[in-house]
Design a protein around this ligand. Sequence first.
Ligand code: GDP
Length: 459
Amino acid sequence: MSTIAAIATAASNGGIGIIRISGKESFSILDKIFKAFKPQKIEEILGYTMKYGHIINMETNEIIDEVLVSYFKEPKSYTTENMCEINSHGGIIIEQEILRQCLLAGAELAEPGEFTKRAFLNGRIDLSQAESVIDLINSKTSGEAKASMKQLEGELSKKVQQIRKMQLDIMADIEASIDYPEYDEVEEVTNKKLKKVLIEIKEKLEKLEKSYSNGKILKEGINTVIVGKPNAGKSSLLNAILDEDRAIVSSIEGTTRDTIEEFVTIHGIPLKLIDTAGIRNAKDEVEEIGVQKALKLIKEADLVIDIIDNTKTLEIEDREILDMLTERVAIILLNKIDMGDFQLEKCEEIKKAGKPVIKISAKTKEGIEALYQKIIEMFQLNKIEIEQGNVITNIRHKNQIHKAIEAIEKAEEILEQEMPIDLISVPIKQSLEELSAITGENVSEDIIAEIFSKFCLGK
Ligand code: GDP
């Protein structure tokens, strides 16, 4: 493999910039452009140590920057290859000039994710661990970062290996029963055992697949839409939650014409909040668009917060909205409780909706904490599951698990129909292969290329 180089830090000015080099020739390339203040032979420099000196322009001999270089000797490095990291001043021009010198000295420009790809190809990490690196970098919530970190530590890989081991055991059993066809009882025992193990495998896989919805919440937040007729207090609620005046609070109906989206984390649960235009019979075209959008949003939301003005009797628009809540995960808020409690919860339509009702004041924030507690209760993310690495956040992994389940179901069908036992090994082998694709033992070049293309340069 060639020796590669890239700028690893973000492409903007900062305190420090890091240029990475990885490959057999790392140190000889470095030697051509780096003059240490206390020169030492590479054999004398220990891995995980740093040296201080200048990066020199190979063409003009001019000093480009004063730097610290860290040395990592194979196999103890990120890629398992010889590596060095040049810590320069964090200016884009300087970093680019140092990179140019690395290339002049014989390095090749690394592709996005190539360092991590090498860590994978050289066997230091498996594919799901490599993918968790990018997930960790792109995490939008602390929960997602935690789940990604668990995956980087190999928790998902361990789970997958456990299931694969069970599948391999089954394959061995089937082979044994094929090898001794004269013993009927072998086949009978195998059949019984097979049935049990297949159920067990399927349960484990289904648990992992289901955890993706938790993973999705960690990743994207609970898609929460706030609805209510104009002036019910939608913008005020959004502001109370956000604790700042980002949404325009106004007593003129329908000022919130389009939607406003905000991302907040409430007691560790990420919410993507969407404030809709007042749902009502549109008076003009712009509002019509807003209303239609709101209806669509309700259908797509994970959670609907219906806010009702508690100081007024229910109006037709309130009823229309209540109707839309059927079959939706929803909370009804009776707002403006600071103006007196008119006990709207006793109202037939609200009772009929069968959703949790919370009395709040968006103005004084009374009841807001109760709203949070309700959301936590409804969407309790099992913290233990995250900690044990039981949460899937990656859609590719989910799809592979789904395909593995389908193959196991096929095996169950064959068993059910009492067909020759060796036929079962085909779908079991299939499910084994689907799982192998998660850890990367069985995955095409194209998929690997696609996965790493999403990485940043220098990672
Ligand atoms: P939206 O049209 O549903 O977004 O409603 P707004 O948030 O713009 O609120 C409409 C009006 O009700 C504004 O004058 C707010 O100040 C007022 N309002 C909202 N929430 C409360 C509340 O909890 N108590 C009181 N007293 N007034 C509120």
